[in-house]
Design a protein around this ligand. Structure first.
Ligand code: GLY
Ligand code: MN
Ligand code: MN
Length: 544
């Protein structure tokens, strides 16, 4: 019998444990007080409702739990959309938001929330649950039910003209009544949504949002291998575009997609619009997350020694994050020395010595759900070599030029064009490439993405920058050994990544506390770290 099962049985027999757990659960105490408020989440639901078409319902599920080891799960991470619209952070839940008020006997509702039930025995093992009463009192919902109740809940979702929903996870374990699998199964029955090809719906939306006459060749080569699937082969819009791939057909296909959006594409488009512009309440948390991460980068610079390991440097960052109350990391930390700095999403972090090499650290805290995304690259021995400095300065200059574009009205695509322009001219000057067309060999990623509850956040990527967006600016140059250039450049990998709040007339650099100029980086490395008697700085965004 596994230890969990033993525990459940024991707890079921010892009823006094129930009262112990419930009383613990209701009085946790000593917790942060700067969480998003029920009013914030209610405001987001109203904003969602305002954007929904007539006679529609939006359905948002929790993320599944995932196994870490046999009978131990990974620390649960909520679905950012569900968190955004509800504040609920537990699994096995489903939120329904209705455009119109729904009559229900003498009563009515415009939202329903099915959530995970309380369970004293399980709560003693895996932590407190809010339960129906907690979701009502702490999150401000009125119609809340245990998730088991959805199966028999009297609602016919087929009567709605549009059901707005996100892609649903498949291959879920059967967790019994009220589990995520049970909720999804019953949702499909009640809504008659079955056998939809979510990939196809997603791709049609992508064509609508991102395809242009300029990238149409790439869109067609992306679609062609997918024609093996009947759903793609038989889709009229895909057929039209494949048969006559020109700008006129593309415009016609886009009009048709827009006229008849799928519930899935509506969900994507609405949440992109809402989450892409940060509210003042979100900005407080996002600024705090970025400030914590920036201080951690400065501290890692102060603490670094050539004999340290990559994982030790990662640990220093995490220690600083936790010192300031960040619960998590926004993504797996990347700490790569020398050649490892040329691997874009390097995650092993297992070199036992960083030696006298450049260290690339792409590490961002997550604070109350909001993720920072900051990268710094610095020499472990405190001094850039001439070659490292040349590459660093090229990346820095590209970043500075992009910063100047970070204001409302600038086309998102202009950030990329500017980055390529600066990096290609600098790499040509340094003799690393011969023509601008080769720049992608050493700069293989994009320069920006939205930042928020997801590190690669939802938001509009095809249009213009708007005030209230928060984006990264992250040019990089990576020259792995064996590259067709002078050997002196090999194994230099530099990325500098900062987080920028877009304003009407210019941007605000949120990651200003992470040293960025090469002179400041060298100066910081020479300073005393917290491990040698240095002091943690005070946060500017006050901790409550
Ligand atoms: N840390 C992931 C990224 O920079 O996009
Ligand atoms: Mn990034
Ligand atoms: Mn990053």
């Amino acid at each position: 019998m596994n230890s969990f099962l033993k525990g459940f049985l024991a707890a079921a027999l010892v009823c006094c444990i129930n009262s112990l757990v419930f009383s613990q659960s209701s009085t946790p105490g000593n917790l942060p007080t700067d969480y998003l408020t029920p009013a914030f989440h209610a405001g987001r639901r109203q904003a969602l409702r305002d954007m929904m078409p007539a006679n529609s319902v939006a359905v948002i599920f929790s993320y599944p739990e995932r196994v870490f080891s046999k009978d131990i799960n990974y620390v649960y991470h909520p679905n950012p959309d569900l968190y955004y619209f509800s504040g609920y952070k537990e699994p096995d839940a489903m939120l329904l938001v209705f455009k119109e008020i729904q009559a229900d006997g003498d009563s009515s509702y415009n939202e329903l929330f099915f959530i995970r039930h309380r369970d004293a025995a399980r709560e003693q093992w895996t932590g407190r649950r809010l339960g129906v009463a907690g979701v009502k009192s702490q999150l401000g919902f009125k119609r809340v039910y245990n998730s088991e109740a959805f199966a028999k809940f009297p609602i016919d979702l087929k009567k709605f003209k549009t059901i707005i929903y996100d892609s649903m996870p498949n291959n879920l374990n059967d967790g019994g009544p009220g589990s995520l699998k049970d909720l999804i199964t019953n949702f499909k029955v009640k809504s008659d949504i079955k056998d939809v090809d979510e990939d196809l719906l997603y791709d049609l939306n992508l064509i609508y949002q991102r395809a242009s006459p300029k990238n149409l060749d790439r869109v067609i080569s992306y679609l062609k291998p997918r024609l093996d699937k009947n759903s793609y082969k038989n889709n009229e819009l895909i057929k039209e575009l494949i048969n006559k791939p020109d700008s006129v057909t593309l415009a016609d296909v886009k009009v048709k997609i827009k006229a008849n959006p799928s519930g899935l594409s509506l969900f994507t488009n609405i949440t992109d619009d809402l989450r892409g512009i940060k509210t003042p309440e979100e900005l407080v948390l996002l600024k705090k997350s970025v400030e914590i991460s920036s201080i951690a980068h400065a501290e890692a610079m102060r603490a670094v020694k050539p004999q340290m390991s990559e994982t030790e440097l990662e640990g220093i960052m995490l220690y600083v994050h936790k010192h300031y109350g960040a619960e998590d990391e926004g993504y797996p930390p990347i700490v790569g020395a020398g050649a490892n700095g040329c691997i874009l999403h390097y995650e092993e972090n297992n070199a036992t010595r960083v030696k006298n090499q450049l260290v690339l650290m792409d590490v961002g805290a997550e604070y109350h759900g909001y993720s920072a995304d900051v990268t710094r690259t610095f020499p472990a021995n405190g001094k850039f070599t001439d070659e490292q400095k040349s590459i660093y300065q090229a990346v820095y200059d590209a970043q500075e030029e992009v910063f100047k574009l970070c204001k409302e009205g600038v086309k998102y695509s202009d950030l990329e064009i500017k980055t390529r322009e600066v990096l290609s001219s600098r790499l040509i000057q340094l003799g690393i490439i011969k023509s601008a067309g080769e720049v992608g060999k050493y700069y293989p990623h994009g320069v920006s993405h939205h930042l928020g509850l997801d590190v690669h956040d939802k938001g509009e990527y095809g249009g213009e920058l708007k005030a209230g967006m928060v984006i990264t600016v992250e040019p990089g140059v990576y020259i792995p050994a064996g590259s067709p250039c002078d050997k002196k450049w090999w194994n230099i990998g530099v990325r500098i990544e900062d987080d920028m709040l877009i304003g009407k007339d210019g941007g605000t650099l949120l990651s200003i506390d992470a040293p960025r100029k090469w002179e400041d980086v060298e100066k910081t490395i020479a300073e005393k770290s917290i491990f040698d008697g240095g002091k943690f700085p005070e946060l500017k965004v006050v901790l409550k």
